[in-house]
Write a protein that binds this ligand. Structure first.
Ligand SMILES: Cc1cc2nc3c(=O)[nH]c(=O)nc-3n(C[C@H](O)[C@H](O)[C@H](O)COP(=O)(O)OP(=O)(O)OC[C@H]3O[C@@H](n4cnc5c(N)ncnc54)[C@H](O)[C@@H]3O)c2cc1C
Length: 261
């Protein structure tokens, strides 16, 4: 096992923000993943799993303990319409694999830059439903997701492949990959957060340092250069304080903050 020390985490996130991990192990299959988890447990280290780092704002001071970057990728069809998939598998690969085998359902999650573990941990939402709607069972080590069995619908995938391409085409126009996806959850019974930030707070394009409220999507904050977690959080706090003043409530965060802020 290659245990590295003091490894910057920014490259392992979509938004390219985050300080160093004390200890870092990059795993490429489930066996290595479990060995890394055992190492963390034996050495009493707090453990953080990183999939694609597409939903986490990591502190500029980094993360204490052990960070495991999970690239365990494996997919296997069984019982005709089920897929056993390792948690580090890229969701995009899983979508292509399932459609190539005429198993339908996952196309609605096209463009989400997730690993399967991240998709289960956060129960991602697609165009029509949540990822949990396709999950049959989960193999875990403590709280950590090792692999997942998915149950899909057999059928001709021609139309589903077209839908996936259309989603990618549409979303890529407005959703920058140099981001963490939607920052805030949409408030229940109200306009979507992005619409409020754009049309009520008029903050689209507003920046703190190199963190900017996306000019194309009010609920995305993008890194336009060398943004820090501090810049990013300052922008989040600015939105929250304007929401509080103007509407008397704040948004709930959709992203996770990791480390000390
Ligand atoms: C351009 C863009 C578009 C997006 N669109 C959407 C969207 O449409 N819908 C949506 O819901 N989200 C969306 N997101 C957010 C994000 O992609 C999802 O939340 C995604 O599931 C995160 O997966 P990840 O592998 O990057 O997880 P990470 O960000 O690496 O981790 C997220 C959390 O899951 C935990 N975790 C990861 N793997 C495991 C594991 N194996 N076991 C236990 N815990 C684990 C981590 O510790 C962390 O707490 C978008 C993000 C971007 C950048």
């Amino acid at each position: 096992m290659d245990i590295q020390q003091n490894i910057p985490l920014a490259p392992y996130t979509t938004v390219k923000i985050g300080g160093p991990a004390d200890f870092f192990i990059h795993v490429h299959n489930s066996k290595e993943f479990i060995e890394a988890l055992e190492y963390g447990q034996k050495n009493n280290l707090p453990v953080t799993i990183l999939g694609n780092g597409s939903n986490v704002l990591i502190s500029d001071s980094g993360l204490r303990g052990l960070v495991i970057k999970n690239d365990s990728e494996k997919m296997e069809i069984f019982d005709e319409n089920k897929i056993k998939v390792s948690s580090g598998t890229q969701l995009a690969h899983l979508i292509n694999y399932s459609l190539d085998h005429n198993l339908l359902g996952l196309e609605e999650f096209a463009y989400i830059p997730s690993t399967v573990g991240g998709a289960v941990a956060g129960n991602i939402h697609g165009i029509r439903s949540h990822f949990s709607d396709y999950v049959d069972s989960i193999e875990k080590y403590n709280d950590f997701i090792i692999s997942v069995n998915l149950k899909l619908t057999p059928g001709d995938s021609t139309q589903a492949k077209i839908e996936a391409q259309e989603i990618i085409q549409k979303k890529s126009q407005i959703q920058s990959m140099l981001s963490l996806g939607s920052i805030f959850k949409n408030p229940e019974g109200k306009d979507p957060a992005g619409m409020i930030i754009d049309q009520q707070l008029h903050l689209k394009g507003y920046s703190v340092g190199d963190a900017q409220i996306s000019p194309t999507h009010g609920n995305f904050i993008v890194n336009t250069g060398h943004a820090t977690a501090k810049d990013y959080l300052a922008l989040i706090n600015l939105v929250q304080s304007q929401m509080q003043t103007k509407f008397g409530f704040q948004f709930e965060l959709e992203i996770k903050l990791l480390g000390e802020f």
